[in-house]
Design a protein around this ligand. Sequence first.
Ligand code: NAD
Length: 360
Amino acid sequence: MVLNITCIPGDGIGPEIVSQAKKVLEAVAKKYGHEMKFTDILMGGASIDACGEPLTDEAIATAKAADAVLMGSIGGNTSTSPWYKLPPEKRPEAGLLKIRKALNLFANLRPAYLYEELSAACPLKEEISKAGFDMLIMRELTGGLYFGERKTIEEGGELKAIDTLTYSESEIRRIAIKGFEIARKRRKKVTSVDKANVLDSSRLWRKVVNEVAADYPDVTVEHMLVDNCAMQLVKDPAQFDVILTENMFGDILSDEASMVTGSIGMLSSASLNDTKFGLYEPSHGSAPDIAGQNIANPIATVLSAAMMLRYSFDLDKEADAIEGAVRQVLKDGYRTVDIYSEGMKKVSCSEMGDLLCERV
Ligand code: NAD
């Protein structure tokens, strides 16, 4: 199979971690008889420096022509970088919003997985972390409170702010279908999170999720109120497989879930549209404090590449090979500086890439 992948190395540690992910993908291609065709585009600060804007129309056209996009991360030190003296629409992050919109990426996936070897970094009680967890938060990304009409008015001599939370059936249906499809590739359980005891939008959410669930009799569905879900994530995270939720709840819950893993350099993410197309990137930022030192942890980006193989190309075996290599490298005691603990073998970013390739 020929895989046309647009890569966005981006800023800070971005180029270092993306080149490791490319190396691992090449190792997978060699083993399983595929061909990787990478095309790089500029985005964020790198694009501002070269083209005067955070993402050009030409770069968007290149991304659209690919099967999937693999990104490092963008942005610089927000206090010292000259990029942050520009107006907001010219700053690096504007490129990210522009590409998400141009590619119609409405489903955001963030897995939270606790590796046994890194369980000491988990801030939960030992009896909870010992059980491990492996969940995926699927957050609706283009609707809800963050995109509804908002205004501030004066009423009765004081200011009053209004934000609107709207969801249509079709917006809920398309993300619910994604959630159930992805649950089928995992442990076949969907926990739909809402606030249906209070919000109309949540009652509609629940109704549509139940309608979609009828088409997936092999997937178990349960409904949970968001406040309960926030508690359950720290009390019993092992109960979750796919958490399906709207934009704001997903924003908060996905950060909570990633914190309980304790390892930011390990967390991948994907943003999908209603085709097989997706943008895959680590959950962390561009870490300007360690850029250019070859010490960043490339695993989050490498795991994002595994998600890309699984969700954009349906190459499950190949994705398993990458995830297996990550588990093995940790078992073998290799650690980048961010996850290093005494007695382990400290390796650089590129050494970690090489070790992963060997294990693929
Ligand atoms: P950050 O995630 O870049 O860094 C937070 C801390 O984690 C730093 O100490 C950093 O060294 C460390 N870290 C992050 N990733 C690491 C890795 N792979 N290996 C080892 N250590 C790692 O967050 P920040 O400092 O708040 O943001 C820096 C820049 O990144 C900002 O410009 C911000 O806007 C941008 N950002 C971009 C994205 C994106 O591209 N999607 C996401 C978040 C932040």
